[in-house]
Design a protein around this ligand. Sequence first.
Ligand code: CP
Length: 322
Amino acid sequence: MKRFSIMKHFTSVYDVPDISGLIRSAAAFKAAPRANRSAGTDRRIGLIFMNPSMRTRLSTQLAARNLGMEAIVFDLGSDGWKIELEEGVIMNGTTVEHIRDAAPVLGSYFDIIGIRTFPGLLDRDADYQERFIEQLKRYAGVPVLSLESATLHPLQSLADLLTITEHWNRPEPPKIVLIWAPHIKPLLQCVANSFAQWMTKWKPGSLTIAHPEGYALSTTFTNGATITHDQDEALRGADFVYVKNWSSFEHYGEMPVVKANWLLTQDRLSITNDAKVMHCLPVRRNLELGESVLDGPSSIVTEQAGNRVWAAQAVIEKLLGA
Ligand code: CP
């Protein structure tokens, strides 16, 4: 018999009734990881991956284990049947199983289903409809936990907010900067969208987003943030600098040419307010972020990734209705 959850799903900030409470809960688990060991007894979480992962895969398993819960990982993307998302189609192509059939089966196996499903970066409307995760929510009958979807990465954002909270104990609100970084291939907008969404809803301080022309994120997520193309203007006086690459939303999935140098180095950080530097990882050294920063005292990226465990634990506990 499944119990009712106090948080039905966790796929965006809008699933969270109390952001501050969730951050406090994550911090409490960091201080006492086994504080609620019985919450997940005889419960199972399925962690379904369509795409690669290290941090999300491991931290979510550790979080489940800390709650006494069994976690089963399945690489659907490489080992499962190809899933059909279109309604009413004749399945005479490459897809083998419809989400309407697969989702209830997964729901019968697990008390919570975690899913990682990246966007194709070809069809903006299809990606931004979040069809995989929305149909899973509709047909699985159990709570769905986003392990990073087509447009958002809420577990990452919760860990990011916990990290910022831990590093800020002054009375005035911090200046937080999300700054675009170079890359050699088009990356998802999920981490940037999600960070902007959580920051503009929770409002722990001001959010400035700096990016080259052509790289504006969807205003759905950035309303309330200051947007600039001027790196120095963004970095001046910053307390936290979150470095991340993303591909173009406007020219969807493309990489408009960028002439200026957007690589953040230790030199550039000198105009900040001794800012802490964040990145969700994985990071390409000296392409996305200079190693003078990554290996220096400003970087809190390892701690940030460590906080993924406590963020996941707080969320799973809530999804269990514990
Ligand atoms: N930051 C993050 O989600 O890392 P992984 O892709 O390794 O899970």
